[in-house]
Design a binder for this molecule. Structure first.
Ligand code: FAD
Length: 645
């Protein structure tokens, strides 16, 4: 069924969920299991994002197809049109048609636009697709009513032209939103926001000026960590009201557990306010899940409004049992099921299962008047996920504190939260302002050094600024950059600093934290082969382990295959050892490809055959990314001495 039909049929409150294609294979396997568990929240639909310019086309289609066939929830695939080949758009729509995906979120996407953009031969020019409305029209013209089309809206106004001094203005966008609806769009999902009034104003304007009955789904992003929250709001141009900022005093900002709990309360307040102020007219809330489940489960189970979703199936007799089968695998059984042998199995550790797709958690079936084949929410299941209790809860929450690209690559949430694919993270105008037009390696060294000195706040790969601990190795890093090692990420070592330490501390009180020193940098391939690699081989992998790879996909290491190294961990009272930063082969390979694609994105700011374009492409081709971990974390200076000796 289409989203529009289902929306008309079902009473609120409801939720819908967004997922993105994971960056690693194991992340993908674990996401499928997660999506199945989260279908216990009975979402109206699930959306799967599309990487800008088609960068995730294959992965998005694969995930959308599997989800459509395996979950009893309608799937909506995002599709962008700018910087996209018409052929790819048609292929994607044909694949959706073939696999019964009936809902498309039609988007423009963000192009790496510069004044010279069109001079760049690598960019697909499709004048047919300038705005999302063109994609809506294209789908309507070629597929009639076969797809139910949704479009994006921006309660605070779209950010276009901001760099040129144009303010975000929802009124400006409203005209174009109406165009998209007039062209045939049947539902609207908004950009994430934290200012409820901005959403309420937007929804009222939409009802007055555009449509009384087209569904509007407010986009909500749970707060999983303080830095992620800020980053996502900044990337989405969403303002954060002062009363929300005040809920996070500096001393708790590093405690992800507390931040998450406060975040749940904030999201619940937003939902309750929207629901009550619109008298339930806004009845479905769309969650940008970031591929995580605990926060959403907590919000649903603790919100007065949304917990009603769980009530229908909150039947005392309706239980989910966890029991072991002959192979020692965990079987989830439903007390109403007559034939337990047909239950599918779930491995005890979802994090290492290679065949997770075939080992699904079984969700208990409540009794409702809808399709018998559908799986319905079990309050017990959701409570188990939201509290992280029991085997099911642990499976659901083992990766609830993601650490970007230094997190566990088996997590579906692994990787930078970078919006919709690798990007320069700043507007084109800002990119020129920050990094100018480099024409030599010397210019590049200067850019990297300026970042380390704090005179520019971002590099194309990092926009979070330097952490306090970097000050401890700042001199060494600057020297390395002067010598041509373009450093991207690093940390000094520490041995049992307290968890409240101003520089190294994180996590709950009364804990101790540990770090191994590491460095990640771009190194000229020749310099790597003739200088650095021989040096590392001389010391051996007990002292220094490394991964190295280039843009053509090469990979070298002195470790065993599929190795992994924890470089930050913490020991806390009444808790297992917590590992937050992991450097491992699978994540290194995923990041290697992304890191090089950013050199490429950067080069697109300059017309082909100009000195800057040529330089950045040369680095793309002739450098390799090297990551080195120093294992003796008692020896504070050893990594830096070795590199500079
Ligand atoms: P449009 O509706 O085309 O609007 C873009 C800008 O152009 C706006 O400023 C609008 O006011 C202006 N405009 C529109 N029509 C005209 C016109 N005729 N004349 C002049 N100006 C006009 N990006 C991805 O790459 N992948 C995703 O999966 C993805 N999912 C998203 C999901 C949601 C819910 C949202 C809110 C955004 C998503 N995005 C995604 C980001 C989106 O692609 C960008 O925000 C993009 O900049 C705008 O897309 P749009 O579809 O809103 O564009």
């Amino acid at each position: 069924m289409t989203i529009r039909d289902l929306y008309n049929q079902r009473d609120g409150p409801l939720i819908s969920l967004e997922f993105f294609p994971p960056k690693t294979e194991s992340g993908k396997r674990n996401l499928l299991e997660r999506m199945e568990r989260m279908s216990a929240l009975d979402p109206l639909f699930i959306t799967v994002t599309w990487g800008a310019g088609g960068s995730t086309a294959e992965k998005t289609l694969e995930l959308a197809k599997i989800a459509q066939s395996d979950l009893h929830v309608p799937i909506c695939m995002h599709l962008t049109c700018t910087n996209m080949d018409t052929k790819l758009i048609t292929e994607a729509l044909e694949a959706c048609r073939e696999h019964g995906i009936k809902n498309i979120l039609a988007l423009r996407g963000d192009a790496p636009i510069s004044e010279d953009w069109h001079n760049n031969n690598d960019v697909v020019e499709e004048p047919q697709f300038k705005y999302a409305v063109d994609l809506v029209k294209f789908i309507k013209a070629n597929y009639g009513d076969e797809f139910c089309i949704g479009v994006a809206a921006y309660p605070e106004g779209h950010c276009e032209g901001e760099a040129e001094g144009n303010e975000q203005n929802p009124l400006k966008d409203l005209v174009y939103l109406k165009e998209k609806i007039d062209a045939g769009a049947e539902f609207v999902i908004t950009q994430l926001f934290y200012d409820v009034n901005k959403f309420l104003d937007f929804e009222r304007l939409f009802r007055e000026r555009i449509s009384k009955d087209i569904p509007v789904f407010p986009g909500l992003m749970p707060i999983n960590s303080f830095s992620l929250f800020h980053r996502a709001a900044r990337l989405s141009h969403a303002s954060i009201p002062q009363h929300i900022i005040d809920k996070f005093p500096t001393e708790i900002q590093n405690d992800d557990g507390i931040v998450k709990t406060i975040g749940v309360e904030i999201l619940i307040d937003i939902i309750e306010e929207i629901h009550s102020k619109t008298n339930g007219r806004v009845k479905c809330f769309h969650f940008y899940t970031l591929n995580l489940e605990k926060a959403v489960a907590q919000i649903v189970s603790q919100s007065t409004t949304l917990s009603k979703i769980l009530e229908d199936s909150d039947n005392e007799d309706d239980e989910v049992f966890e029991q072991e089968d002959d192979d020692g695998d965990i079987v989830l059984a439903d007390s109403h099921e007559e034939n337990p042998t047909k239950f599918k199995r779930r491995r005890q550790s979802s994090t290492v299962s290679a065949d997770i797709m075939h080992n699904r958690a079984i969700i208990s079936r409540g009794k409702t008047d809808r399709s018998e084949s559908a799986e319905f929410p079990s309050k017990k299941l959701v409570v188990s996920i939201s509290s992280g209790s029991g085997i099911l809860g642990r499976d659901a929450t083992w990766d609830e504190f993601p650490n970007g690209r230094f997190g566990d690559s088996r997590s579906p949430a692994y990787g930078e939260i970078d919006g919709y694919g690798p990007s320069l993270k700043v507007s084109t105008k800002k990119a020129y302002e920050l990094w100018g037009s480099p024409i030599s390696i010397r210019d590049l060294k200067v850019i990297f050094v300026r970042y380390l000195e704090g005179s520019i706040h971002a590099l194309p790969w990092c926009d979070l600024g330097l952490s306090a601990e970097t000050a401890l190795i700042q001199e060494e890093l600057i020297q390395l950059n002067h010598r041509g090692y373009l450093t991207l990420a690093s940390q000094p070592c520490t041995n049992a600093s307290t968890s409240t330490d101003k520089i190294f501390g994180w996590g709950p009180n009364k804990g101790h934290v540990y770090q191994k020193a590491f460095i990640e940098m771009f190194v000229n391939q020749r310099q790597w082969e003739t200088v650095l690699k021989p040096k590392l081989d001389y010391y051996g992998r007990r002292k220094f382990s490394y991964y190295a790879g280039n843009s053509s996909g090469s990979f070298e290491t002195n470790l065993d295959p599929h190795s992994s190294n924890v470089v930050t961990w913490g020991v806390f009272p009444n808790s297992q050892v917590i590992q937050t930063t992991i450097i491992e082969e699978e994540s290194f390979k995923a990041w290697r490809d992304e890191a090089f694609s950013i050199w490429f994105e950067w080069s697109k700011l300059f017309p082909r055959n100009t000195p800057s374009n040529t330089l950045l492409r040369e680095v793309y081709s002739n450098y390799c990314l090297v990551s080195i971990v120093h294992h003796d974390f008692i020896e504070t200076d050893e990594l830096w001495d070795m590199l500079l000796e």
